[in-house]
Design a protein around this ligand. Structure first.
Ligand code: ADP
Ligand code: MG
Length: 331
């Protein structure tokens, strides 16, 4: 977008973002200095922020609707991992010259679709320009009943370890996007790419886990890394059986082409599934919830006393799988 056809900040907010704020009266149509949001008595506010940067978290070529979905859903996933019900979000955009009205239209339309799906509303934000790269920050707010937020630090020795959905599709989807998985069928490649671009936030599951799960996190950096984030504050270790880790058909195909891809599946990130621990006595309850909400929940291992290693992953023969890259780290 050049200087001449760039709408003013006011026009841009009115055209693309004010329609997303209509259902929250306290957003004042994005015309006031800040939003004023009512919270039900007996509930607490849960807030989380994520920033995504072009060239770091997504490609310059990634379609605007996928950028929007990723931006919102990674924060929804954090709310899910806290057991929070989505409420509202703010959006901070540092836009570059290449951003067009088409891009903004597709971006805001995608946010609108996800607002309907996940029950969340835009209530404010900020808009600036930057020489680059395109940088987007979203702060999501949700609510939980007082004292009922799900934490990472409660895992107990003897707990089972569970994950939702399937693991590895996000990291394998990234390989597809990088043209590094060329032997897959088109439908398998498309499936993985879709999982990478459009993670499924597991809010319906998180909201049901209070009183059942002892510790919960979302799988954003990789199964082993995120389980480690449960083990450390809980002062326990985890033993995972790799053959129990639920895989999509596409991920199974990838593994059959090259078993080394187990590295990406267990060590890569971008799944946005939930990982949690719970006592064996609640297994049947978890099963029933899983069926009711239509989100698979699979037991993949156990919590054991602290061994000095947060997470051990064994293969079918009981031999430890050594992960070369344990999760995505910026620093
Ligand atoms: P201020 O000068 O106080 O920073 P702005 O002119 O930046 O106010 O914003 C005006 C209104 O538009 C505010 O209500 C703000 O929350 C909202 N707003 C600005 N940018 C965005 C955006 N990208 N998404 C949603 N709301 C926005
Ligand atoms: Mg401003």
């Amino acid at each position: 977008m050049t200087q001449s056809d760039r709408p003013t900040e006011f026009d841009l907010i009115r055209t693309y973002f004010a329609p997303l704020a209509e259902s929250e009266a306290g957003a004042f149509g994005l015309t006031d200095d800040a939003a004023v949001l009512p919270i039900e008595q007996g509930r607490e506010l849960v807030a989380t922020t994520d920033t995504i940067v072009a060239g770091v978290h997504f490609f310059e070529k990634t379609p605007a609707d996928a950028v929007a979905a990723k931006l919102l859903r990674v924060s929804l996933s954090d709310l899910a991992a806290m057991g929070a019900t989505p409420h509202s979000y703010t959006l901070s955009l540092a836009l570059t010259d290449v951003i067009s009205s088409d891009w903004l239209g597709a971006f805001s339309a995608s946010l609108g679709r996800d607002q309907d799906t996940y029950g969340i509303t835009l209530v404010g934000g900020d808009t600036v320009t930057t020489p680059g790269p395109l940088t987007l920050t979203l702060t999501a707010m949700g609510t939980v009943l007082k004292g009922e937020a799900l934490r990472r630090n409660g895992a107990e020795v003897g707990d089972d370890v569970y994950v939702s959905g399937t693991i590895g599709d996000g990291a394998l989807g990234l390989l597809v996007a990088l043209d590094k998985l060329t032997q897959l069928s088109k439908s398998e490649a498309d499936f993985l790419l879709d999982r990478y671009h459009y993670p499924r936030s597991r809010g319906n599951l998180g909201e049901r886990l209070f009183g059942l799960a002892h510790a919960v996190a979302d799988v954003s950096d990789g199964l082993a890394a995120d389980l480690g984030q449960i083990c450390q504050p809980s002062r326990v270790s985890a033993v995972i059986q790799s053959h129990l880790v639920p895989l999509s058909d596409a991920a199974k195909s990838v593994l059959s082409l090259d078993t080394q891809h187990i590295q990406q599946i267990l060590g890569g990130g971008d799944d946005y599934e939930l990982i949690f621990t719970a006592a064996p006595s609640v297994a049947e309850k978890l099963n029933n919830i899983s069926e009711e909400i239509g989100i698979p929940v699979t037991r993949i291992g156990s919590i054991v006393p602290e061994t000095g290693e947060d997470v051990v992953i064994n293969d079918e023969r009981g031999e430890a799988i050594l992960l070369l890259h344990n999760g995505f780290q910026h620093f």
